[in-house]
Design a protein around this ligand. Structure first.
Ligand code: ZN
Length: 156
């Protein structure tokens, strides 16, 4: 499947092989669980949020290469950021995956950086949910809703 190889960019392969921040931070004060039943990806996300800043990020779970790399890269991207910056980044990433100009506008204050590697995933709609799962879970953890996030609830 040559077309699949295109979405497995080097940075994605690297983060899948060596996921960053895959642990449970002992001082975490926000937790959210995400599930993508279409692929079987699962993530439990832990945040330590203090004074509006994401001081620490960790996660546990299992899933495909895209969901694992996405969780790893998301954790690196939001660590040390303010909650507002992280939400802007979520908008920006969501916009990248869904080709949504409104989200890009909402997130214009932040840079995607290497998260752009996921742009190729857009060509594979079923994989988009793998890539966005960690971000939807982040959103839930920031809102501290305590509910399990599913990619199949229509809250795309
Ligand atoms: Zn997946």
């Amino acid at each position: 499947m040559p077309e699949l190889r295109e979405i497995y960019q080097e940075v994605i392969l690297d983060h899948n092989k060596n996921p960053r921040n895959r642990r449970c931070p002992p001082e975490a004060n926000r937790i959210a669980v995400g599930h993508n039943p279409l692929c079987g990806d699962k993530i439990t996300l832990y945040l330590l949020v203090e004074d509006g800043v994401i001081r620490d990020v960790g996660y546990e779970g299992s899933g495909c290469a895209i969901s694992t790399a996405s969780a790893s890269m998301m954790s690196e991207a939001v660590k040390g950021k303010t909650v507002e910056e992280a939400e802007a980044l979520f908008c920006r990433f969501h916009a990248l995956m869904m080709a949504c100009p409104q989200g890009a506008e909402n997130g214009r204050r932040v840079e995607l950086g290497k998260l752009r590697a996921f742009a190729g995933v857009r060509e594979f709609p079923i994989r988009v949910k793998c890539a966005t799962l960690a971000w939807h879970t982040l959103e839930a953890a920031l809102k501290n809703s305590g509910e399990t996030v599913s990619t199949e609830t229509g809250s795309e």
